[in-house]
Design a protein around this ligand. Structure first.
Ligand code: FPP
Length: 264
């Protein structure tokens, strides 16, 4: 994986940018709701868990493509605050899967300059997973490549409530005048502080919901919904999402389209 764009001839390991895409109009940040693992497995007569396993491969593939195509950040919705209501064996499987994947992939993530972060209430996760998350975050914190943000036990409303609590706390202590709270100060208390907002949200498997994902940060994101089930998401599906993104006229509430160079 490399953030440097190159032709596959120069370096066969790097996926070249498809000619249907304009390198100057790529999103800086893509967020993805990886939906359809269960249906993918069901359609093949496999247990749901196999869908999650295949989902990990699709996520690795997407991270590599985003990195190769010069996208600065990829944020994936791995586990929502609502996902605890799934059957216990599926929740346990997912937690163990996260652990195994982290254990298995950390060396190469570190080597490939990926900067990994986990957003959500991590204190509710199994202790072993928490220490792996700490280790992965630590070991990749100075990496200069793509930002890979994994939303784990994440809920957009909870994130907003926690930010409001922190601001109220600072105000009560006399550190912050409530009249001075603006969008920048509010955003600085979110889990995503310092990260550019997503330009593009991709949701797979045809569902047209935001599902409590990055409620603040997606304010001006373009939304691309595809019928492709997450485990089948590949270079072709990502290209289609990016072609769709590049066809949009982004006005950010104004009347004139924002010039491509200023859009991201
Ligand atoms: C949604 O499909 C998928 C999930 C809730 C889990 C996604 C997790 C991964 C792909 C693994 C990521 C791994 C790491 C280490 C970050 P679904 O089960 O809701 O599918 P369905 O809607 O067809 O039932």
């Amino acid at each position: 994986m490399s953030c440097v764009q190159a032709t596959s001839k120069e370096n066969p390991k790097v996926e070249a940018l498809p000619s249907s895409l304009d390198a100057n109009r790529m999103p800086a940040h893509i967020a993805v709701i990886m939906d359809g693992n269960g249906r993918w497995a069901q359609a093949k007569g496999l247990p749901r868990m196999m869908g999650h396993r295949a989902g990990v491969e699709a996520l690795k593939r997407t991270l590599r493509l985003c990195s190769d195509w010069g996208i600065g950040s990829l944020t994936a919705y791995a586990f929502s605050t609502e996902n605890w209501s799934r059957p216990g064996d599926e929740v346990n499987f997912l937690m163990t899967l996260f652990e195994r994947v982290l254990q298995r992939e950390l060396d190469s993530l570190e080597k490939e300059q990926v900067k990994i972060r986990f957003w959500g209430d991590l204190t509710a996760l199994p202790k072993r997973l928490q220490s792996l998350i700490d280790e992965a975050t630590d070991r990749t914190s100075n990496n200069k490549g793509i930002h890979f943000n994994v939303c784990t036990n994440y809920g957009g409303r909870r994130e907003l409530v926690l930010a409001a609590q922190k601001l109220a706390d600072r105000s009560l202590k006399g550190d912050l005048d409530p009249a001075l709270i603006d969008e920048n100060i509010f955003a600085s208390e979110l889990l995503t502080a310092g990260e550019v907002d997503p330009d593009l949200l991709i949701r797979t498997s045809g569902e047209r919901r935001i599902s409590n994902f990055l409620l603040w940060q997606l304010a001006y994101a373009e939304i691309h919904v595809t019928d492709v089930l997450w485990p089948d998401f590949d270079a072709n599906a990502l290209t289609q999402a990016l072609v769709d993104f590049q066809s949009r006229s982004r006005r950010f509430g104004g009347l004139e389209p924002i010039a491509p160079a200023e859009q991201i």
